[in-house]
Design a binder for this molecule. Structure first.
Ligand SMILES: Nc1ncnc2c1ncn2[C@@H]1O[C@H](COP(=O)(O)OP(=O)(O)OP(=O)(O)O)[C@@H](O)[C@H]1O
Length: 360
């Protein structure tokens, strides 16, 4: 048995992963049903890093486990590299799973084995001859920057190093697809950044397709090309990360994003803002803008059109995958209806307006 790429070569145009109408229902003893997946459809293109984000219980783990059929959907279609996995017998499925590597939150390393032995494990299971195994282990440990640690035991490694071993083990059988199940959730922010950087590098170098699940929008912002936002077993929205961040359509997405790119406005500044005049209101707003509309021009025009005052409290430019977007905190003063009209006009122009209280 060799470690050459498992499974049939895909047609170039077919998506790496296609999920259609997935249902996964769990029945408890009392007869109640949990719809962990309630009609999920999505496609991940070859070479893409696709994120699934959602709160605890949204159905993310169930979904990612359906991709290699560790979890069998109650209904729906799971296609990987164009092939319907649900139609395969056990032996064929075991073989295809070698083409789908998996990385776990808690690394799942065997403590009694060295780093090299952990990485060799899936190759042993696949019956790869020893010499070939040794060469491949050295190669993947080099890829993840752990060549010097081959003879160490997991207990001698930091969390980030353990995850590098987890990634090397997943890559040893030369998968085309890498599933990452909260791969950085047990790591500190700096190590998270390193591991995400490594995953991106490996995607580029090995032409991998990566599907990751996370509860952190910051992870999505840092590494993903596209994202699906999940809640209660359903996909609320999906699209390019830049579009979902700058034009979220669902309140859950907005609240996820708010926590990630939200404003920090000094409380003293807010406290010093003047009170509204009688018959007027004061609203503190965050305005997110991307694309052709310059905010400064939009803000002065809104003042003129609606007879309101708009004071800029703070502003900054952020970016996702090199594409810039602006964030501005505004204090808006005027009659309630005029403020409503101005906000509606901003939104018509494609700006995303959120009460500042929701983002600080
Ligand atoms: N084996 C199971 N038996 C019964 N219910 C389950 C099972 N696995 C998951 N569930 C339920 O399905 C729903 C989705 O769970 P899932 O673990 O997929 O969510 P998640 O988004 O990954 O959350 P977390 O991040 O907390 O793992 C939850 O309500 C969970 O309790």
């Amino acid at each position: 048995m060799s470690v050459s790429s498992p499974g049939p070569a895909p047609a170039q145009s077919s998506p790496a992963i296609q999920l259609r109408g997935l249902l996964r229902h769990f029945h408890n003893r009392a007869g109640a049903v949990t719809k962990a997946l309630d009609g999920v459809s999505l496609e991940v293109a070859q070479g893409e890093i696709f994120g699934i984000v959602g709160r605890s219980g949204a159905g993310k783990s169930t979904l990612i486990r359906c991709v290699n059929l560790l979890e069998r959907p109650t209904q729906g279609e799971v296609r990987v590299l164009g092939e319907d996995l649900m139609l395969l017998d056990d032996a064929a499925l075991r073989q295809r799973r070698r083409g789908i590597g998996m990385v776990f939150q808690h690394f799942n390393l065997l403590s009694s084995r060295t780093v090299a032995e952990n990485v060799a494990f899936p190759l042993e299971v696949a019956g790869v001859p020893k010499a070939e195994r040794t060469a491949r282990v050295a190669e993947v440990l080099g890829l993840v920057g752990l060549a010097q640690k081959a003879e160490n035991y997991p207990a001698q490694l930091s969390g980030g190093q353990k995850q590098r071993v987890g990634i090397a083990r997943a890559l040893a059988p030369r998968p085309r697809i890498l599933l990452c199940d909260e791969a950085t959730s047990a790591l500190d922010p700096e190590t998270t950044h390193d591991i995400l950087g490594l995953i991106r590098q490996l995607r580029d170098k090995l032409d991998l397709t990566v599907l990751l699940i996370t509860h952190e929008m910051a992870v999505v912002k840092e590494i993903c090309d596209r994202v699906a936002v999940m809640e209660a077993g359903q996909v609320l929205e999906q699209g390019r990360v830049f579009d979902v961040f700058t034009r979220p359509t669902h309140p859950t997405t907005r609240s996820f994003i708010a926590g990630t790119i939200g404003h920090s406005v000094p409380t003293g500044t807010v406290a010093r803002l003047p009170a509204p005049r009688p018959g007027e209101e004061k609203r503190l707003l965050q305005v997110l803008f991307a694309g052709p509309n310059s905010t400064r021009a939009v803000i002065s025009e809104a003042s003129r059109r609606y007879g309101i005052d708009l004071d800029i409290i703070s502003g900054r430019i952020d970016e996702i995958a090199g594409e810039p977007f602006g964030l501005m905190a505004l204090a808006a003063y005027g009659p309630s209806t005029a403020l409503d009209e101005a906000v509606a006009w901003f939104e018509e122009l494609g700006l995303v307006v959120t009460p500042l209280a929701e983002v600080i």
